[in-house]
Design a protein around this ligand. Structure first.
Ligand code: GRF
Length: 201
């Protein structure tokens, strides 16, 4: 499967996917392109170090629709079949969702539907929950609202800071994202309303 990854920053999830494709953990796949909406994203050089094509497509005062049209064109040029958002900080336009219907996935650092949007780890700490985690889900028109593929629970400790909690969740994110992409690539899943059936289908 041809994979395209969208980033805005550090790119640690992107790197985890790239390495998993490279070492065969995610089989029969190729990361064809990494696109960033931010020229200063640290992830760009990490992708380039793996000889992956990188493209910067910034908003430059355009509408979201115009911006997305350029991204869609780049993805299509590379025959991308699965789009992985990995710390991509923009909402996608309806045109983007329609162009890659049920073929865009995202990772989010909470147990959705709790704590969507930015700073999910801070939201969890401020709410006082004892468990949070991470979620890989399909992307639809809403904010972190698409069908859920996989989740992993992470305990919140009494002495957690945003930083310690963020790091503990992040180390689970990488493995979870790899598992989810593996599942999608295998074709062994079924979207069932809000959920995605992934066991022995
Ligand atoms: C991760 O916490 C991810 O869940 C969220 O943004 C962060 C991106 O981190 N969507 P990285 O760029 O993958 O290191």
């Amino acid at each position: 499967m041809n994979i395209g990854i969208l980033i805005s920053g550090r790119g640690s999830n992107m790197l985890a996917l790239v390495e998993a494709v490279k070492n065969g953990e995610i089989p029969d796949s190729k990361v064809k392109i990494v696109i960033s909406d931010n020229r200063n994203a640290a992830g760009l050089s990490k992708a380039a170090a793996h000889k992956i094509k990188t493209v910067v497509i910034e908003l430059r005062g355009r509408t979201r629709r115009e911006h997305d049209a350029e991204i869609i064109a780049e993805l299509q040029k590379q025959n991308v079949e699965l789009v992985c958002l990995a710390g991509y900080l923009r909402l996608l336009s309806p045109e983007f969702i329609a162009a890659f219907r049920n073929s865009i996935i995202n990772i989010h650092p909470s147990l959705l539907p709790a704590f969507p949007g930015l700073e999910a780890q801070r939201q969890a700490l401020e709410y006082g929950v004892k468990f949070t985690g991470c979620t890989v889900h399909f992307v639809d028109e809403g904010l972190d609202s698409g069908s859920i593929i996989r989740q992993k629970v992470v305990s919140v400790l009494d002495n957690d800071t945003i930083e310690t909690l963020t790091n503990r969740i992040l180390s689970e994110e990488h493995a979870l994202y790899i598992e989810a992409v593996k599942q999608i690539v295998s074709g062994n899943y079924k979207i069932n309303g809000r959920g995605v059936l992934t066991d022995a289908i």
